[in-house]
Design a protein around this ligand. Structure first.
Ligand code: TUI
Length: 312
């Protein structure tokens, strides 16, 4: 499965693991990279020294290429941006903002830069800044989301730029991956499917919620605050959406979400924690090793793509 993305990144399959906050630590990233994809450490809101330790721990587990995802709304984003340059990580992806101001430093360090975008405008702007590829993430994704669906966003970004585009949001099996290729993508970014993997260091209660989720169990909180977050519904979400519909203020709403992702991932508090997940949670029925997830994706996609010449 050779595409512009496998060639750019030096990986076997054009499959990138999402940089999921709290979930994407070095064990998961190493397992995905070892299986032939690109594993990512999610820096999320973590301090820069934690990210440096994760990079070094990952390098103990694999020699394969990997990346770090930098969440640009993090108070530590500037420091993490420096650490990835110092550690010369092979790939950086970014989310929830515009990484332009770091480009010179990262290119100087030889890093491949792949920002996540949710609009054509930012895609075009970042292409002009010299990014290597883009992730076009549709609103089906988990966590912090944009407005446009993967089906509508990916072909519009593909038409707007001349660099390779990776599709994200709502992809968990070979049907989704083949569809992404048909939309013009050269690879996929996959989050929720890897959250429900053996190697993800995530509380069993959270993983069980993904396995039990039905299509309509995945909701969006924070539309009124301008920070929409897709999560599996639970007690906290019901309370949040009730307050939101009653016009609660930003401060009251944000207070509910402080530390909520940690409560879900680390403590396994699935009633009052934030169970970030994508709309395809309802399709995921078993916990699998990352290698099995990737092998299944590749064989299913190959079967569907037979007779096309979209990849070698
Ligand atoms: O970043 C994500 N998903 C995330 S980040 C995250 S951590 C978090 N925790 C608590 C509260 C808030 C966040 C959880 N999930 N996906 C990538 C993504 N980026 N989706 C949408 C965007 C995006 C949106 C606007 C990227 C750029 C952008 O542009 C703004 C600008 O400056 O032009």
């Amino acid at each position: 499965m050779k595409t512009d993305i496998t060639r750019l990144l030096g990986i076997e399959y054009p499959i990138i693991q999402g940089g999921m906050a709290w979930v994407a630590e070095h064990h998961l990233a190493a397992a995905v990279s070892e299986a032939g994809g690109l594993g990512l450490i999610g820096a999320a809101n973590a301090p820069a020294e934690w990210v440096r330790e994760q990079i070094r721990a990952l390098r103990e587990l694999t020699d394969k290429p990997f990346g770090v995802n930098i969440m640009l709304m993090s108070p530590y984003a500037d420091d993490v941006a420096k650490v990835v340059a110092e550690e010369k990580v092979p790939v950086v992806t970014t989310g929830a903002g515009n990484p332009e101001k770091y480009m010179a430093m990262w290119k100087e360090a030889g890093i491949k830069v792949i920002p996540v975008v949710a609009s054509v405008a930012l895609a075009k702007r970042l292409e002009r800044c010299g990014v290597d590829a883009l992730v076009a993430e549709g609103t089906e994704a988990g966590g912090h989301i944009g407005e446009i669906t993967t089906m509508a966003l990916v072909p519009q970004v593909v038409d707007a730029v001349n660099i390779p585009v990776i599709a994200a949001g709502g992809i968990a099996d070979g049907r989704g991956m083949a569809a992404a290729f048909m939309l013009g993508a050269k690879g996929c970014q996959i989050g929720t499917r890897f959250l429900a993997s053996e190697e993800a260091v995530v509380h069993e209660n959270y993983k069980k919620c993904v396995l039990n989720a039905k299509d309509i169990d995945v909701k969006v909180t924070g539309r009124s605050t301008g920070h929409p977050i897709r999560v599996i519904r639970n007690n906290m979400v019901r309370e949040y959406l009730r307050l939101e519909s009653e016009g609660a203020g930003l401060e009251q709403l944000e207070l509910m979400t402080v530390g909520a992702l940690r409560r879900a991932v680390v403590d396994g508090d699935v009633e009052n924690g934030s169970l970030m997940a994508g709309q395809i949670a309802g399709m995921i029925k078993e916990i699998l090793p990352c290698k099995q997830i990737i092998d299944n994706l590749v064989s299913e996609t190959d079967a569907l793509m037979k007779g096309t010449n979209i990849y070698e």
